[in-house]
Design a protein around this ligand. Structure first.
Ligand code: MRU
Length: 348
């Protein structure tokens, strides 16, 4: 990583520190806590967001529970940690990385230990491993994905799949970052990403910080810019990818994929293999429905409609496999038929 990237989350010897992404781009506010409940609330409030980042945060939360427990007895500490795992599993329902990280933490908790110190140390070690692996994985995804980018390409991205959504470097933005650092003159078109504006606030902020040329558009301009031939490729992140190639990502992704298909612009989903859900079928995926005021107001402040009008506010949508040109992971690029290629990538 380089100095131009921020650390969205880190472990500081018994405390967790994160950048409050709700305040970006106006203020860089870092928050620290020793309290896992506070960290769970930070995920719910979206101070920390993005699939890999919330997985890392939940793992750190279980580590906080271990370090600060007063328990002297292995079985009691295990019960406390399982309670913390349960709490984090209730924070957000859609991104599978959260459950993947919690499954890893649970497996470590359930091992046999001679004393509480051994259990505490193993839990902290696993959380740090998840964090470090995420950074390495993203760097590798960057190498794999940047092969798909040509010098002079204009890439459209949606939401934020950058450093602010991961332990570092990013996934879809990591690909752009890697291409840029290898000397390719890329440009980015970022969609604003209503209702919470992750594109306008976070993606633009990250790219400007790194000096990568970026142009912001509102979500409803995607068809126009594609019809004008202004986009060469689409790279988006993912919150969950199913074995048949369905891609669950920020609301608005499906619309972009349909438009990309209409205009013959290749649409790529970029994610670590920890985002691949080997179990669920598309009907079983829970799409988070968020507070209606996120749609009625801008940034929770200015009411832009009639108070109390019924609204829908699904946070994610589902892009079917036929619209997806490739799924870029740290293990390579999967292409149709996804059931076969993803199985191979995962070694199943
Ligand atoms: O609701 P958010 O901001 O957590 O949603 C984030 C996204 O949809 C990202 O595109 C996805 O998590 C991939 S982040 C590397």
């Amino acid at each position: 990583m380089s100095g131009s990237e921020v650390k969205a989350i880190e472990w500081l010897d018994g405390r967790v520190r994160w950048l409050n992404t709700l305040k970006i781009p106006w203020e860089e506010e870092y928050i620290e806590t020793e309290d896992y409940e506070r960290l769970a609330q930070a995920i719910e409030a979206m101070e920390i967001r993005g699939a890999p980042a919330i997985g890392v945060a939940a793992a750190f939360g279980v580590a906080l529970a271990a370090v600060h427990s007063k328990s002297n007895d292995v079985e009691t500490l295990k019960l406390e940690l399982l309670k913390a795992i349960e709490r984090f599993s209730k924070t957000r329902p859609t991104a599978v990385n959260l459950f993947w990280a919690l499954d890893r933490m649970r497996a470590v908790v359930l091992r046999t230990y001679g004393d509480v110190d051994g259990l505490r140390a193993s839990v902290v070690k696993e959380a740090l491993t998840i964090y470090e692996e995420d950074i390495k994985t993203n760097l590798r995804i960057g190498e794999v994905g940047s092969e798909l980018i040509e010098d002079g390409d204009t890439i459209l991205t949606h939401c934020n799949a950058g450093s602010l959504a991961t332990a570092g470097f990013g996934t879809a933005l990591g690909v752009v970052r890697a291409a840029w650092r290898s000397g390719k003159k890329v440009k980015v078109i970022a969609t604003e990403t209503r209702p919470l504006l992750q594109g306008a606030r976070l993606t633009v902020w990250e790219l400007v910080k790194e000096g990568i040329p970026v142009t912001l558009i509102s979500d409803n301009m995607v068809g126009y810019v594609m019809s004008k031939g202004l986009v060469n490729k689409v790279f988006v992140g993912a919150d969950r990818i199913l074995m048949d190639g369905h891609v669950i990502n920020k609301i608005g992704t499906y619309t972009i994929a349909v438009l990309a298909n209409r205009h013959k612009v290749p649409f790529y989903a970029v994610a670590p293999t920890s985002t691949i859900d080997p179990h669920r079928r598309v009907e079983e995926v829970v799409i988070e429905e968020r507070n209606p005021d996120e749609v009625r107001k801008v940034l929770g402040k200015i009411l832009i409609t009639v108070k109390d009008v019924p609204v829908m506010n699904p946070a994610f949508d589902i892009t079917p496999p036929e619209l997806v040109e490739g799924i870029v992971t740290e293990k390579g690029v999967a292409r149709k038929p996804y059931r076969e290629t993803l199985r191979k990538l995962l070694g199943l």
